[in-house]
Design a protein around this ligand. Structure first.
Ligand SMILES: O=C(CO)[C@H](O)[C@H](O)COP(=O)(O)O
Length: 223
């Protein structure tokens, strides 16, 4: 499969949310990336169910919901009911990760686990076979517009090698500081879902930027 592009709604203009949702609908983007922050797991608060339901009402593509919250188990069913197609929980926020992943699947969603920049990919070895996706954070979570942490490339490569033995069709998503400058390298390292916020919404034409990100060919790059 070619790679997927998931614009991060966190960087949208919330006063013109429907306009930005329609822009994503009409673009070559594949998913909507929806960042939920609770002010506890991360030092920022974004939005919750009402905003997500408003996005769902107009979105014509899957909602990829990234929960940057403590105790995500409490809210899995509600996020599924609010329209999530993919639910990502943080490794660092889950005591019984296997149970949480089971709950996500039972709610009818794809299950994904996110790793903060300091968390090693190897910690997912025993649960990789149960996951649909791993989200590698390439910035410290909480804010859009930060600089990409270069060690992420190494982590993506390591995870892709591990997945080749355990879960060859694993989706690997990278989130934070992604743009045209590092897309080819990330694809070549083994990522196949790229989240971009600032790179898309601060571009002169967000639609054209999505097309450019979608057209990047990772096969020609050596990293
Ligand atoms: O999860 C996030 C922040 O925690 C955002 O999805 C991410 O930062 C995307 O924004 P940008 O592409 O501007 O870095």
């Amino acid at each position: 499969m070619t790679h997927l592009i998931a614009p991060s709604v966190l960087s949208a203009d919330f006063a013109n949310l429907q306009r930005d949702v329609e822009m994503i609908n009409a673009s070559q983007a594949d998913w909507f990336h929806v960042d939920v922050m609770d002010g506890v797991f991360v030092p920022n608060i974004s939005f919750g169910f009402p905003v997500m339901e408003a996005i769902k009402k107009h979105a014509k593509k899957p909602l990829d919901v990234h929960l940057m919250i403590v105790n995500p188990d409490q809210y899995i069913e509600r996020f599924a009911a609010a329209g999530a197609d993919v639910i990502t929980v943080h490794y660092e926020a889950c005591t019984h990760l296997h149970r949480t992943v089971q709950a996500i699947h039972a709610a009818g969603c794809k299950a994904s686990v996110a790793l903060n920049p300091h968390t090693p990919a190897a910690l997912l070895k025993d649960i990789l076979g149960d996951l649909d996706m791993v989200l590698i954070m390439s910035v410290n979570p909480g804010f859009g517009g930060q600089q990409f942490i270069p060690n992420t490339l190494h982590k993506v490569r390591e995870l892709r090698a591990m997945a080749a033995l355990i879960k060859p069709d694993l989706l690997i998503e990278v989130d934070g500081g992604v743009g045209l400058h590092n897309t080819a390298a990330l694809l070549q390292a083994g990522a196949n879902v790229l989240v971009a916020g600032n790179a898309i919404f601060a571009a002169p034409s967000p639609t054209a930027m999505i097309t450019e990100l979608k057209q990047v060919d990772g096969s020609a790059v050596q990293v």
